[in-house]
Design a protein around this ligand. Structure first.
Ligand code: NAG
Ligand code: NAG
Ligand code: NAG
Ligand code: NAG
Length: 342
């Protein structure tokens, strides 16, 4: 500013300069990039751990994101949105196929996310190979990693509370709000009850399903995002129960054909329909609910096959996704002093 103003000599132009400089400052401050930068600086003050604060428990929000190389762009963009919008320290656990693990790590190190806490967990397809069947027009659901979420207690042996999120989501709220959620009774998770009746996803003609005693019209569970208590999950053998239904579905169709249940979702419903707390709706805004008025929406979820990284559409929310995607590829935005890479 001083240099621009120095070009003018007369007092009247000095007044003009003051006005112009103020305007420029206003424009800079209200540019999204700049506000993000300011927020990052504000965040980093809270994130830095004071080594003298002995005995204080460090609250870390653990987030699990799973996918193969076709989903990485979505996974890392999602992680970027989480970091930018939280005031808490987050540890990411990226789960991918074992042979691709080092490649994912290289992709993270080449992005703005290299400054956040993360680990890459290799997943062996042998855990589920030949033990599941997916009958859906959505070919992307027919992948071993789609069942990776079932194994979180084993993949994260030292973690108690975890937030699982699908790659096709974008977080706009503070993720620590989910971490702080109270799970009622002895529930193992909080997840969205999607307003579709269970019989669309689960085969109620099947004797095993009948014996399970699920109300026909209970809501299906959308397991694209959920908050899980891994301690209770371990105690209640949830993984073993999920695998029981997964294997049973191969020999005796317990799920219906289609989107509602055929992937991991119907198995989740069969296992935890009576063990979950409904997630506040703003934390799983499905397609059709993220138009121009985002209101209090805290998580956008592109359910269905039209994903933001390959769509030809340009809606309001997809423009937003692309903005976070460009933050990801711009190293200036996610530097968090005090955070460390594991
Ligand atoms: C969640 O709880 C932690 C620890 O008490 C707190 O620092 C954080 O602000 C809470 N998050 C929200 C969104 O309230
Ligand atoms: C539902 O289960 C019954 C009994 O196992 C089976 O005969 C039927 O084919 C199944 N329906 C679907 C849509 O898979
Ligand atoms: C979980 O499985 C273990 C070993 O199979 C068994 O001993 C235990 O009783 C089971 N717990 C529940 C709650 O089903
Ligand atoms: C996404 O979720 C909305 C809301 O439940 C639903 O109406 C829509 O059919 C879903 N889209 C797909 C492709 O599953």
């Amino acid at each position: 500013m001083a240099r621009i103003c120095g070009m003018f000599r007369q007092p009247s132009t000095t007044a003009f300069c003051v006005v112009a400089a103020t305007l420029i400052l206003i424009i800079i401050v209200y540019t999204p990039d700049f506000s993000t930068f300011v927020r990052q600086v504000t965040h980093s003050k809270k994130i830095t751990v004071d080594p003298s604060a002995k005995g204080q428990k460090e609250t870390v929000v653990h987030v699990v994101v799973v996918g193969n190389d076709r989903l990485w762009e979505g996974m890392l963009t999602l992680a970027t949105s989480i970091v930018i919008n939280t005031r808490s320290d987050v540890m990411f656990h990226f789960v991918t196929l074992a042979p691709q693990a080092s490649q994912l790590k290289a992709a993270i190190e080449a992005s703005a996310l290299r400054s956040v806490r993360y680990e890459v967990i290799p997943f062996s397809e042998d855990r589920v190979k030949g033990q599941y069947i997916v009958k859906s027009p959505r070919k992307d659901l027919d992948h071993p990693l789609n069942f990776g979420r079932f194994f979180m207690p084993e993949l994260l042996p030292d973690v108690c509370r975890v937030i699982y999120i699908d790659a096709d989501c974008l977080v706009l709220g503070d993720i620590s709000e989910l971490h702080n959620l109270t799970l009622k009774n002895n529930d193992v998770m909080a997840a969205l009850n999607e307003k579709k009746p269970a019989h669309l996803g689960v085969n109620f003609s099947n004797p095993y399903v009948k014996a399970r005693g699920i109300p026909r019209d209970t809501d299906i569970i959308n397991n694209g995002i959920f908050v899980a208590d891994l301690q209770r999950w371990r105690q209640q053998n949830i993984t073993a129960r999920l695998l029981y239904w997964m294997r049973l579905n191969v020999v005796s169709s317990v799920l219906k054909w289609g989107d509602c249940g055929s992937g991991s979702q119907g198995l989740m419903l069969l296992t935890v329909f009576d063990k979950y707390t409904p997630l506040p709706k703003e934390w799983n805004a499905l397609q059709g609910h993220h138009g121009k008025e985002l209101g209090n929406k805290k998580l956008l979820h592109w359910n269905g096959s039209d994903k933001p990284w390959h769509t030809k559409h340009t809606t309001y929310s997809i423009t937003l996704w692309r903005k976070y995607n460009s933050f990801l590829h711009n190293s200036a935005h996610l530097i968090i002093p005090g955070a460390r890479v594991l």
